[in-house]
Unconditional design. Structure first.
Ligand code: GLP
Length: 246
């Protein structure tokens, strides 16, 4: 694992966007694995800027997102499809038909999750996967548990994730309790992974990810088994995790 400590959130976003740009410029047909949440917003802003300045061309790029809430339509402003359209897809020259997000309204969820994995495999796998991290170590919606699931699946959200994500909703009661998420096995198949984190509330969990221990109680610790993971954090986290202690 490679850890890069930069000054602040803006620098995390710029560096993440440069990494994505490099992948696309080497392979215009690249498959990007994308995330939602507050963390990647700055990266998406940078990508939009690069696209407007003709530094990246999304016309042949395909994207697959990590997860989607159950029960929210793409017109619901809290759905991850809406989020991605609003914060990236509507502002770059990507073809919407090349953007994939699990369908949280699918009648047959089992079929939807199977097809999602099949789709990713058919595309040839993810070239670069962007990840945020929950304060409990969840990545995508792979929550701490006694065991982790490899493929895309339906999952219950933990109370801590419901609480954390309620900041995007009018009230906590509106936060869906279930979601479709790519599983850890599928995420681990990505050729390259970028994990982004900033702010003191993520320090403890990042320290665990770098600890050398792997536990399903912090799903992100699994990433230690991947051969090309870069973690980019801000100075706040860098100072709090005191690298020399690890
Ligand atoms: C959500 C998403 C995750 C994301 C996490 C952290 O639960 N499903 O993919 O990493 O939130 O969010 P934030 O970046 O807002 O801290």
């Amino acid at each position: 694992m490679k850890l890069i400590i930069v000054e602040n959130y803006e620098e995390i976003s710029k560096l993440a966007a440069i990494n994505i740009k490099d992948v696309i410029n080497k392979n215009p047909n690249a498959i990007l694995g994308l995330a939602t949440g507050g963390t990647p917003l700055g990266t998406y802003k940078e990508l939009i800027k690069m696209n407007k300045e003709n530094e990246i061309d999304f016309s042949k790029v395909t994207t697959v997102n990590l997860d989607e809430y159950i029960g929210l339509s793409e017109r619901n402003t809290q759905s991850y499809r809406y989020f991605m359209n609003e914060n990236l897809f509507n502002h770059v020259n990507i073809k919407k038909e090349n953007t994939f997000i699990p369908n949280g309204l699918a009648k047959d969820i089992q079929e939807e999750t199977n097809n999602y994995d099949k789709k990713i495999d058919e595309l040839g796998g993810i070239d670069i996967q962007i990840l945020g991290i929950g304060t409990n170590g969840h990545i995508a919606f792979n929550e701490p548990s006694d065991f982790l699931i490899s493929g895309t699946h339906l999952t219950d959200l933990t109370q801590s994730t419901i609480n954390a994500n309620s900041r995007f909703f009018n009230s906590i009661d509106e936060v869906p309790k279930t979601a479709i998420t790519m599983g850890l096995g599928q995420i681990m198949k990505s050729k390259k992974i970028l994990l982004l984190a900033h702010g003191e509330n993520k320090a403890e969990v990042i320290k665990e990810v770098l600890s050398g221990n792997i536990t399903s109680k912090n799903p992100a610790t699994m990433l230690q088994m991947h051969k090309d993971v870069t973690i980019i954090v801000d100075r706040t986290i860098g100072d709090l995790i005191k690298i020399t202690d690890i």
